[in-house]
Design a protein around this ligand. Structure first.
Ligand SMILES: [Mg+2]
Length: 262
């Protein structure tokens, strides 16, 4: 195993590490069997807030990997925790996003407004929304321009699929930031919030927790800013040339997760 013997836990990215779209990267059942045999704890920390932890648990089960839903930390969950620390239950939120964000916010007692009721919002939340349209973007822009607090799950400009990279949350976000001149507060990587939540769930220290990801400017940057060792995998978005130029260099570089734990 490439992973040093002092490492007790892994914080794993999902897109580009365990799958691309619906296609698994390698034999996940065998990979996670090795991870368990080695006694490594793990959580998944993903900027992708479209699905709930339970939906990710189900997706992994379909690929032969059994986990507890508490082993998934999403940027949607991160944003819900951030907002719950700051705003009371019942706060009215206009969100551009899918079920992952909706469920996470509703679980914290927030009221999600329809696009027709958007002008009453006290907070605007934005994540990736495959049903985004001009009306939603218009309402969000008007609210943000009026000074309503603006949060986003993540700023990833693209999203890896088997056909190539498609627009990610950051690309859609650019429409709002361009129209308002306002930068949002970000829950996802490279900001430390998801890493903190992950370490809390693992109960391990920074030094003995390895952060694994396919994107330098989010996963690796987040791990490095937390002070965790990092492993970069070549199965996703960033390239070997980009990793070689990245300072400080990731601690480990592997073709994919399977090679990392071999
Ligand atoms: Mg990724």
């Amino acid at each position: 195993m490439m992973i040093p013997s002092n490492i007790k836990a892994l914080i794993l990215d999902m897109d580009g590490v365990v799958w691309k779209g619906d296609a698994p990267i390698g034999d996940l059942a065998a990979t996670f069997k090795r991870i368990r045999e080695r006694g490594l704890k793990f959580v998944f920390a993903t900027n992708n807030g479209t699905k709930t932890p339970a939906e990710y648990q189900e997706k992994l089960r379909g690929l032969g990997v059994e986990i507890d839903s508490s082993q998934v930390v999403t940027s949607a969950l991160g944003i819900a925790f951030m907002l719950a620390a700051k705003y009371p239950r019942g706060t009215k939120i206009f969100m551009i996003g899918e079920d992952g964000i909706r469920v996470a916010l509703e679980e914290k007692g927030f009221e999600i407004l329809s696009v027709e009721n958007a002008p009453a919002a006290q907070v605007v939340v934005m994540g990736i929304d495959r049903g985004i349209n001009f009306q939603k973007v218009t309402e969000a822009t008007l609210l943000v321009r009026a000074g309503i607090p603006f949060y986003t799950t993540n700023t990833d400009r693209t999203f890896p699929t088997p056909r190539g990279e498609i627009p990610g949350s950051g690309s859609w976000l650019a429409v709002i930031t361009s129209a308002t001149g306002v930068e949002p507060i970000v829950a996802g990587k490279p900001f430390p919030y998801l890493m903190e939540l992950s370490l809390e769930r693992l109960g391990t220290t920074k030094a003995d927790t390895l952060v694994v990801g396919d994107r330098l400017e989010t996963d690796i940057a987040a791990g490095q800013s937390m002070g965790c060792p990092t492993a970069f995998v070549l199965s996703g978005v960033s390239t070997k040339a980009e990793a070689d130029a990245w300072k400080p260099a990731p601690d480990l570089i592997a073709e994919n997760l399977s090679e990392l734990v071999k």
